[in-house]
Design a protein around this ligand. Structure first.
Ligand code: GUN
Length: 291
């Protein structure tokens, strides 16, 4: 292995500490703490673990965590009514509806119902459109975390060649938009891309978010590339990323491990977005670029 490890766990801890450091001044200005409401429908065990972890870290940052649980057979109308209540609640700055929802529910309608000013997940089409057109937006937490790690490692990204693998609304598309806004030359590859190694050969930056264990091979990479692995794939031997770590680490300049790379950044960015939402809603000034 010659690549440097990108320590997302340490960076995320620093980010959470920076977020927490702004809470007392917000409280002094408004008399309340920023509030994040998380909605969990059903009892998917992975989602329950994730929601518990969000609640714990929200409280550790000095913010208010409000958890709402609905049964697995909840009706669409009940969920919509809860979102409406949270939209109207002045103590709620951020709303997150944990995905995936049970199959009988329409996630698209729910996400459209969330007030875009409280959409700390950045999943509302208004925020996606704002990101795409360069307006201030709430940016989905995972790609936001990836771009923070990239800028921490590389500084100015301008002019670099980037390949994003995966075109989801949650990671791939916003990732491509963030890198484009930073003047990278971006290729958005996906499951139908015909010759992925051809594109990777020139890539200074690779972001893999395809959901297939060990999909990207080291021999496809440009020597010295910075590799961000968003994948979390459960295989018999444990957790694997979308990048074949061992072969990639002998070619890349830097790479995120799985676990301990991108994963911890997601909740840290959620807290960051909640802090930002609270300041915007209360018109309390905040230097958002410094967080
Ligand atoms: N499920 C897994 N990750 C996420 C996330 O970042 N936001 C939401 N809403 N659901 C998720």
């Amino acid at each position: 292995m010659s690549a440097d490890l990108i320590d997302g766990k340490a960076f995320a801890a620093g980010l959470r500490a920076r977020v927490a450091s702004h809470v007392p001044a917000f409280k002094a200005a408004t008399g309340r703490t920023p509030g994040l409401a998380v909605v969990l429908v059903g009892d998917d065990p992975a989602s329950a673990v994730y929601v518990r972890s969000k609640g714990k870290m929200t409280r550790e940052a000095g913010m208010e965590s409000l958890e709402h649980r609905l049964p697995a057979d909840a009706r669409q109308d009940d969920l919509i009514e809860l979102v409406d209540q949270l939209n109207a609640d002045p103590t709620v700055d951020g709303i997150l509806v944990q995905l995936p929802l049970p199959r009988h529910l329409d996630a698209e309608e729910v996400l459209l119902r969330i007030d875009p000013e409280k959409d700390v997940d950045g999943f509302h089409p208004v925020n996606a459109g704002r990101l795409a057109t360069g307006l201030p937006a709430f940016v989905p937490c995972t790609p936001l975390g990836c771009v923070m790690l990239l800028e921490d490692r590389l500084g100015d990204l301008s002019g670099l060649d980037a390949v994003v693998i995966g075109r989801s609304n949650i990671v791939g598309k916003p990732m491509a938009a963030l890198l484009t806004a930073r003047s990278c030359t971006v290729t958005l590859a996906h499951s139908r891309t015909r010759n992925l190694p051809h594109y990777l050969r020139h890539a200074d930056i690779v972001v893999a978010a395809v959901g297939r264990a060990d999909f990207v091979k080291g021999e496809w990479l440009k020597p010295g590339a910075t590799v961000i692995d968003v994948g979390i794939n459960r295989v018999d031997g444990g957790l694997r990323g979308d990048v074949d770590f061992e072969s990639a680490a002998s070619v890349a300049g830097a790479i995120t491990p799985v676990p301990g790379g991108v994963g911890p950044m997601t909740i840290a960015c959620l807290l960051r977005n909640t802090l930002v939402a609270a300041h915007r809603r209360e018109s309390v000034p905040l230097d958002e670029r410094a967080i």
